[in-house]
Design a binder for this molecule. Structure first.
Ligand SMILES: Cc1cc2nc3c(=O)[nH]c(=O)nc-3n(C[C@H](O)[C@H](O)[C@H](O)COP(=O)(O)O)c2cc1C
Length: 230
């Protein structure tokens, strides 16, 4: 059955869905230029009349947005989708994509809301990130969505964010920072195996643990850091 969405402006989306300004919400950003398409987890701040994205300049999302100024902020709480779009190089995310209503960039299917946008301005900071101020052309959302809270989902999102930074720090030779974040991931790993054993959550943590173990962290720490089960 096709997804049924309400459609409206950003203002209506904010009001009906009780969006809180200044909070960084986590989304999956879809971008595209030419025949290249991308989907990646990204933080987004929703303001009264615009949304703000801050991709690192090293990301494909940044490159594609600079080439074609359209994109979609897709909201999901499916941690498998966060994992797949952050790290899963074997499985392709293209099967998750569907056509958008008002932009040439595809959206993710099965999300509970999305914001289709055009980039209004780019503030090129001197640092690692650029700031994209974007105008929402169409907001779409499903009505009456509820889902019980579990710490496991948040532990995975935290771990994924840290893992993307660990990779980056290691590539730049910043071993101390990488080890510090890996210890946090280790903490979340222990939490997930305690509160959600043998679930989709523990299986994602297993995959992430294997991934991080392959990055050679154990040789970096003076206190014989090992990334393994508690
Ligand atoms: C929940 C979550 C939020 C993230 N937020 C951002 C962000 O705001 N900006 C950013 O550049 N990377 C962010 N990342 C990291 C990117 O998703 C990651 O670097 C990804 O590999 C970039 O993909 P790309 O090169 O395909 O665009 C986030 C990762 C996760 C898991």
């Amino acid at each position: 059955m096709p997804d049924v969405y309400a459609e409206g402006s950003l203002e209506e989306f904010i009001e009906i869905n009780r969006i809180i300004p200044r909070i960084v919400y986590e989304c999956i950003l879809t971008t595209g230029a030419g025949d290249e398409t991308n989907a990646a987890p990204m933080g987004v701040v929703i303001k009264k009349d615009m949304i703000v994205l801050r991709p690192f300049k090293t990301t494909k999302s940044y490159r594609l947005l600079m080439r074609a100024p359209y994109g979609v902020v897709n909201f999901t709480d499916d941690v498998e989708v966060f994992y797949a779009t952050a790290f899963d190089t074997e499985g392709s995310f293209s099967e998750l994509l569907t056509a958008s209503v008002s932009v040439p960039t595809p959206s993710l299917a099965n999300t509970y809301a999305r914001l289709e946008f055009v980039v209004d301005s780019v503030a090129d900071e001197h640092g690692d990130r650029a700031t994209f101020n974007c105008r929402v052309l169409k907001a779409l959302w499903k009505h009456g969505y509820i889902r019980p809270y579990t710490r496991a989902e948040h532990a995975i999102i935290e771990s994924l964010i840290h893992a993307t930074r660990i990779k980056c720090f290691l590539e730049r030779g910043m071993a101390q920072e990488a080890v510090r974040l890996a210890l946090l991931v280790k903490h979340y790993d222990a939490l997930v195996s305690r509160i959600a054993p043998n679930t989709v959550y523990s299986s994602i943590m297993d995959k992430l643990r294997t991934l991080i173990s392959g990055w050679g962290l154990s040789g970096l720490s003076p206190c014989s850091f090992e990334f393994q089960d508690d």
